[in-house]
Write a protein that binds this ligand. Sequence first.
Ligand code: HEC
Ligand code: HEC
Length: 304
Amino acid sequence: MRSSGSAARRLYVAGIGSDSLLQIRNASQASATSGASLGLTTDENCGPDGLAVTASGGVLAWCSFTRSVTRIDFTEDGPRSASRMRSGPRLIASAMTPRQHQGLVLFHTASPAVSEDGNLACASCHPDNRADGLSWRIEKHELQTPLLAGRVVGTHPYKWDGGDATLRDSLRSTMKRLGGTGLARRDTDALAAYLESLPAVRTPTRDAAQVARGKKVFETEGCRSCHDGPSYTDQQRHKLAGTLRESDTPSLLGAAASAPYFHDGSAATLESLLRDRGAVHGMADTARLGNQEVADLVAFLETL
Ligand code: HEC
Ligand code: HEC
């Protein structure tokens, strides 16, 4: 057995975007250095999203793309320790079609097609198909990363200003903005198929009576005049006071998981969106709502 001391000071980092495993030696010390770094791609990308260290110092990686476990044993102790990699059998079937699965891999893989020098993957900013909670400065605007899961089908146009008519247009313009060379047409189609297959996020449970009261406030305050239909969007652009010339009505599905709010992320919570309205004004006047009505409306929005 290895001395528990040196093994315990090793840290392993799985990179889903680079499909690799990095070893850091003396991780708890000022003398920390990077050790072995190895690619996990065999016939297919592994997509590591879970690691475990065995008693003998080996590493087990959960390959989320191939749904199998890969075992890595380090056979030497030098700075470039040699390793042996063995992939186990597929443990569960994928619920996706082959095309959606290809899209899943493309979404999580950092490549020069997607971003400059392959520095970013889609999932870097949309982790778990959601949002990083950040507003990025893009073409002179602060633009908040939108949540994607369950919000893609039937919500065109895309982007906060509704500038992209179709999902494929939107993906192409995103890759261009990121400095990527762009994916081939078939790969872009696979990426779109993946995004269209994503179910909406799970919503928190709220008191049913409160939700019913909040729904009533939503109706009487005229929210539905813009946030209508199964995804709570009229798919139209509106002129509101903010930094954008016009804003496309966003879907409200998964609102509980998509803070901050508005295109510039200027409302930190749903309550502040209704109370001080961030930097976007003119959506609906909620100033005269009482505390109870605001709490009810928030509860309703959180269940969408
Ligand atoms: C640097 C962070 C970042 C990366 C990387 C990124 N996105 Fe985004 N995404 C954003 C931001 C910010 C917006 C809003 C931009 C706007 O409205 O102009 C956005 C918007 C979108 C939209 C429009 C959603 C809607 O409802 O209008 C889709 C779809 C999307 N991204 C998918 C992707 C895909 C697929 C990739 C990889 C090719 C990707 N994103 C990479 C930050 C990112
Ligand atoms: C005139 C059309 C219109 C009406 C009426 C309207 N909204 Fe909106 N809503 C929008 C638009 C457009 C945006 C995006 C604004 C922006 O960020 O530029 C938005 C954004 C939002 C957001 C933020 C979504 C996110 O992901 O950031 C929430 C929540 C919301 N509205 C809830 C409501 C509620 C609740 C009401 C009723 C009190 C309401 N809206 C009334 C058009 C409308």
